[in-house]
Write a protein of this length. Structure first.
Length: 586
């Protein structure tokens, strides 16, 4: 037991030296805190391996923590890992399942077709002829991730003594969120559950397909999915428009259809399922043409029966038409988002408010999806938001740089002690990824404009007319009774004014800050008076202490106390000044 603990300690020391060396080479802390040189941060994360790469990828989904430039750079993180030998794969598979590979699969490609920081993926065939892909986790990943997370927690304890403003971003909470996401990432059972749920909710939605998961073959480090055809939709996004008008029109029609299905399905994920794909980048969305002899070429939209799979849609997007001869495929369900109904209501309110172009309505909707980390001056927030949103709302939703606008709104929230909920930031990232694909396929389509009618329909579906009517009737009744009492209340007011008993209570801007500063000034004045009394009393004692050593010592003790207090006050003011100056520099 002691030997294992000692080995773990040595491993942590070795790993810590490696981490410090790489971070220093790339000036990691300085660059990250100042949000400068994102390429240096990306290189450092790639050199440090799986844990840091995954944390970088998770940070790329958090516009509340890093700037748009960082998000763009961190999305380019590449896994640089050696491929495990087939013998290692066999050993991992047998340890996890208790079976040999040849007992489970009819064929199994010994060479992986893809390898990443967490694991590598092989083509295989089940005994019933079903083609599958098998993802096998690298053996040392779990130990490395746990070691790195332990080091992060130790580093966080030391960081609490560094004079950096963490008033809005709680580093402990952020580390907990990243740790949870990372541990889910290396636990394949989470991805299995996500894949099964996403398959049930979305497979067969119009032209969308989702690979089937085979949980009977999956373990903590083994994932077995149905093999899906197709290539990344990125090749369609970069496709040049043909010169022939007929071909160009056909291509434009196809791209418009693909974009519209992606938007409709994503809106369904958010407003109906409350469970959405949080990482729908082009690499996780495949496109393929159906072979000419494929029976799915004759499928009708209504024949897919996705209503039976999903239940009755609150947002109905059923089309009575033959499906086109191509399909879209979603992949990778390691990172998913889940929304509560109340949070979904808040998001719908934001969508509608942005379309109304009312900054105040946008502000009220934003307040509904934020956590308050301190005192919030709502009027000041509305004022700042109005000035910021004016050029965006005048531009129109189609011309808005959405990621940049969202990051600036989140920064504005920080300044006003507001913290956007993590689920919302995950949705913002997914929203931006989908809109990027849609903009490349059909530049004339705006995801926000398409989302508006669905958000309105969602709110109407969830609007409780009975409760609202009862509330309105009750308010009308109270208003009627209050109206009758108005003359007597006016008489009471005039009587109070005539006797001189009236009082006026008012508040002014930044009242709390002014009162704190005033209290600080009064405390200083009190300390100065006490110091003056101590010095004066000590001087009298020293002056009249001739022949009385005890009185002389008491007087000098008073001087000493006064000097210590003065030095303490000076150091305190110096610390506050340096901290304030440090904030201004960064």
């Amino acid at each position: 037991m002691f030997l294992n603990e000692e080995n773990t300690t040595i491993s942590q020391k070795t790993r810590l030296k490696q981490i410090i060396k790489v971070l220093n080479q790339h000036s990691f802390l300085t660059n990250f805190y100042r949000q400068k040189h994102p390429e240096e941060i990306r290189q450092a994360l790639e050199e440090l391996g799986p844990t840091f790469i995954k944390i970088g990828q998770l940070l790329s989904t958090r516009p509340d923590l890093v700037s748009p430039d960082y998000i763009k750079e961190l999305r380019q993180l590449q896994d640089q890992v050696d491929v495990d030998s087939y013998a290692t794969v066999e050993q991992t598979f047998e340890e996890q399942t208790g079976k040999r590979i040849e007992d489970v699969f009819q064929t199994f490609d010994q060479t992986p077709f893809a390898s990443a920081s967490i694991g590598q993926t092989h083509h295989a065939t089940l005994f019933d002829g079903t083609k599958v892909v098998v993802k096998v986790q690298h053996p040392a990943v779990t130990q490395l991730v746990q070691t790195d997370l332990a080091l992060f927690k130790r580093a966080l304890g030391m960081a609490e003594h560094v004079p950096i403003d963490f008033s809005v971003i709680d580093p402990k909470r952020v580390l907990d969120e990243l740790s949870t996401s990372l541990l889910h990432e290396i636990d394949t059972t989470t991805e299995v559950q996500n894949g099964q749920e996403f398959y049930r909710l979305n497979n067969g939605f119009d032209i969308i397909e989702v690979p089937k998961v085979y949980p009977q073959y999956c373990t903590q480090k083994i994932l077995v999915n149905e093999a899906m055809p197709g290539k990344s939709i990125k090749h369609l996004m970069n496709e040049k428009m043909p010169l022939d008008e007929t071909s160009a029109a056909r291509l434009k029609e196809r791209n418009h259809y693909l974009a519209h299905v992606l938007v409709e399905n994503f809106i369904k994920q958010v407003f109906e399922d409350h469970f959405f794909h949080a990482d729908p980048h082009p690499g996780n969305v495949l496109f393929y043409d159906l072979p000419k002899d494929d029976p799915k070429r004759n499928a009708m939209a209504k024949d897919l029966n996705y209503q039976k799979q999903l239940g009755r849609h609150e947002i109905e997007i059923q089309k009575d038409h033959p499906l086109p001869p191509y399909r879209l495929v979603y992949l990778d369900f390691g990172m998913m988002g889940r929304l509560s109904p109340s949070l979904t209501d808040g998001i719908a309110q934001v969508v509608i408010a942005l379309n109304t172009k009312s900054a105040r309505q946008v502000g009220q909707a934003i307040l509904g999806i934020c956590n308050r980390t301190g005192e919030v001056d709502e009027q000041e927030f509305y004022s700042q938001l109005t000035g910021f949103l004016a050029p965006y709302l005048n531009t129109g939703l189609g011309g808005i740089d959405l990621p940049a606008m969202l990051f600036q709104i989140i920064s504005l929230c920080r300044q006003n002690n507001l913290q956007v909920k993590p689920e919302v930031t995950l949705l913002i990232k997914a929203f931006s990824s989908i809109e990027g694909i849609v903009a490349a396929l059909d530049p004339e389509m705006s995801l926000m404009e398409v989302a508006k009618p669905f958000a309105k329909k969602y709110l109407l579906k969830h609007f409780n007319w009975r409760d609202s009517l009862e509330s309105s009737i009750w308010q009308a009744r109270q208003t009627a009774f209050d109206s009758i009492a108005i003359p007597s209340r006016i008489n009471d007011l005039l009587e109070v004014l005539s006797t001189g008993q009236a009082k006026i209570n008012f508040q002014y801007k930044d009242q709390a800050r002014v009162l704190r500063n005033l209290e600080r000034m009064l405390n200083r004045l009190l300390i100065v008076i006490v110091l003056a009394a101590i010095i004066l009393g000590s001087s009298i004692l020293v002056e009249g202490s001739a022949g009385h050593p005890a009185i002389f010592k008491l007087g000098t003790a008073g001087y000493t106390i006064a000097i210590i207090i003065i030095i303490g006050l000076f150091l305190g003011e110096l610390y506050r000044y340096l901290k304030k100056h440090h904030k201004k520099r960064f």
